[in-house]
Structures are given as structure tokens and as C-alpha cells.
Design a protein around this ligand. Structure first.
Ligand code: PLP
Length: 165
């Protein structure tokens, strides 16, 4: 390794120095994958202890872990015995659960979903249609009224307009 690379490798800050430096900010967030895709490495559980020492929140991206890790497959935090110490968990369902669509972000309040693996628009439409139907029966009543009006009119038009060849 050339001397310059060795020097810059030595100068790399440790996670402790980064967290110390971050203390001047109003929010500290330690963000990590739960399981890393290339070698299947799992994040060390000490990350939660380190974060809490510096008042930092922990964010775990579970894209490569969802549906696989933990005794009851609740994820990396369950596997590592740190459930309740992770503030934000985010995942897509198209990686570990190969081919599934959508994803989620969980946290102490509403949070944006971060990734591009969104639900197909048709699923969103179906979900909204069901919401509207559950909210009130106005649409159903309106459709029934239109059917009552429309059916005799079209029937009349068909019968009236029909002529034997
Ligand atoms: C760990 C991890 N999180 C999130 C993403 C982004 O997922 P998407 O492609 O659904 O935006 C990737 C993409 O490779 C990833 O490896």
C-alpha cells in the first residue's frame, strides 16, 4: 500500500469520534443496515449501546433482513436482543422477500417511506376505493339511484329500437 493511502487510513475517524463531533447537532442518528447484502454480515449489537451513550437514535434498514432474521422473524433487533432500542426501522419488501412490492418505515410518528420499491398504482387505487366505500354509503346509494334511472331508459331504448329484419 503506498504511504499516502496508509496515512489516510490511519486518519479515518472512529465511530466514537464521529459521535463526539456530532454532539453539537440537535439530532444524532446512527444509521445502518441490519444485514449487509454482500457477505451477509449482521450489524454488531453494540451499536445500540454506543448510540445511547451519545444520545443518538438508531435507524436500521432491514431490506436484506425482513422475513428472515430473529426467532419469530421480527428482524435484526430481535435476533440481537435489542428490541425497543431501535427508533426507526425501514424496509422494502422487494429484496429479502424477493419480488414483493412496497415497504414500510416505522418510528415514533409518521415518517416518509424512503425507497423506490413502491406499491403499483393499481394497489393504491384499490385501497383508496375500499376506504371510500367504508367511509360512507353515498357512492353506493348514488350508483343504485343511477341504475334505477338508467336501466328502464336503456331497456326502453333497446326494445323500442328493436325491429325484426
Ligand atoms: C440496504 C438497502 N436499502 C434500500 C435500498 C433501496 O431499495 P429500492 O431499490 O427499493 O429503492 C437498497 C438498494 O439496493 C439497499 O441495498
Amino acid at each position: 500500500m503506498p504511504p499516502s493511502s496508509t496515512a489516510s487510513a490511519c486518519a479515518r475517524p472512529t465511530s466514537t469520534t464521529i459521535l463526539q463531533e456530532a454532539q453539537k447537532h440537535w439530532l444524532c442518528l446512527v444509521a445502518t443496515d441490519g444485514a449487509f447484502s454482500m457477505d451477509g454480515d449482521i450489524v454488531p449489537p453494540q451499536i445500540c449501546h454506543l448510540a445511547s451513550r451519545y444520545g443518538a437514535l438508531v435507524f436500521v434498514d432491514e431490506c436484506h433482513a425482513t422475513g428472515f432474521l430473529g426467532l419469530t422473524v421480527q428482524g435484526t433487533d430481535e435476533l440481537l436482543g435489542v428490541m425497543g432500542q431501535v427508533t426507526i426501522i425501514s424496509s422494502t419488501l422487494g429484496k429479502a422477500l424477493r419480488g414483493a412490492s412496497g415497504g414500510y418505515t416505522t418510528g415514533p410518528g409518521p415518517l416518509p417511506y424512503l425507497f423506490s420499491n413502491s406499491l403499483p398504482p393499481a394497489v393504491g387505487c384499490a385501497s383508496k376505493a375500499l376506504d371510500l366505500l367504508m367511509e360512507s354509503n353515498t357512492i353506493v346509494q348514488s350508483m343504485a339511484a343511477k341504475t334505477q334511472w338508467f336501466f328502464p331508459v336503456t331497456w326502453e331504448a333497446q326494445v323500442g329500437g328493436y325491429s325484426e329484419p
